[in-house]
Design a protein around this ligand. Sequence first.
Ligand code: KG4
Ligand code: ZN
Length: 407
Amino acid sequence: MRILTIETSCDESAISLTESDSSDFDGTQFSKISVLGDTIYSQAALHAEFGGVYPNLAKREHSKNLVPALEFVLSQAQELQRVATPEIEKERLDLIKEILNREQELFARLLMFFAQYSTPQIDAIATVSGPGLAPALWVGVNFARALSVAWDKPVIKINHMEGHIHSSLFPDDLKIEPGADLRLKKIQYPALALLLSGGHTELVEIQEPLRYRKLGQTLDDAVGEAYDKVARLLGLSYPGGPEISRLSDEFEQSGTEKNEKISLPRPKLHDDDLDFSFSGLKTAVLRLVQDLGGAESLSEDIKMQIAYEFEMAVQDVILKKLQRAFEEGNYKTLLFGGGVSANRRLRDELKEFAKQEGTEFLLPPMALTGDNSLMSALVAHNKAQILKEKAFVKQENLQAESSWELD
Ligand code: KG4
Ligand code: ZN
């Protein structure tokens, strides 16, 4: 099966065309998929100016990026074929116009596309319909609906967090190039997924394929959000994760002793549950920075120490909660996903933790830690294989679901 997958939940416009062969389905999941085309248009640099993702800017950029991204991916897959006369009749174009009446730029670009190119050889369109930023999600959802009408293909809706869970199944030495066959890692059930991103912090139990149960989550800020906010307090740029992480590594490598005044709380460390809270940690950094005379007066050395202490606080809480989860459940696989899974320290610590627990640890290749469409493409192939026709939704029933919960 060939699936075109669209991702616009936040500030990346991503599209991929992937192919699966049912003989590679092992009863629970695909052991291999092929990438025919793939691209990510990142808006991170644009949003950096605002110190975070600005929803209406994200919407506008998705509207601008999606058609060029589609053309690129189809051309990689050798599916961008010119036509002498347009294939899409007026009735369908009228319906597409209606679907895209709030995305004028996208509609104009799509009209040009349909006038030039034929219907590609694909079987379905998958789109991430939630969770995420509503204005951003709507663009991808309406784009998928428009393509579904134009090409008469069914749609599969994908949960963004389910995508992040599956990012850890891609090979560690991943090379994304047209025609690449990707051998996938396998989940042993029951499994536990730790999802840390800009909008989510969750522990999710997976008893069997496509069945998820949330065991715990943040009561306020997500880990990625805390990283971004603390970075701002220290005068660092967006996204904050890589910046904090770099400073913290530098401090560790310097071998100097930490000033004992630079100490932060470990929120909910001793609470008897699997929930998290990070807004207090952020506030503690704010107080610390104020006590030290404000961000402008902080030396590079002090910033490094704060970054390190912040990372240690986050790490302590996460490891403790994981330990608690493993006391209650006998998980055979631990999966790590979400933008924060790029964090070197957490990757190392979780690997060590899993070793001690005697559980298999799967983590995404660095190229798939952030938002991308390949992770959701894999979910789409598995869903189509397991659920058959039930995997498909009618395009008219598709909508953005900005708070779509996994379970
Ligand atoms: O999954 P993602 O790309 O987007 C959402 O769905 O939210 O996650 C983005 C988050 C940002 O908050 C960013 O600061 C964080 O992931 N992040 C990191 C690192 N790289 C990105 N956090 C900690 N360490 C990193 N190396
Ligand atoms: Zn994400």
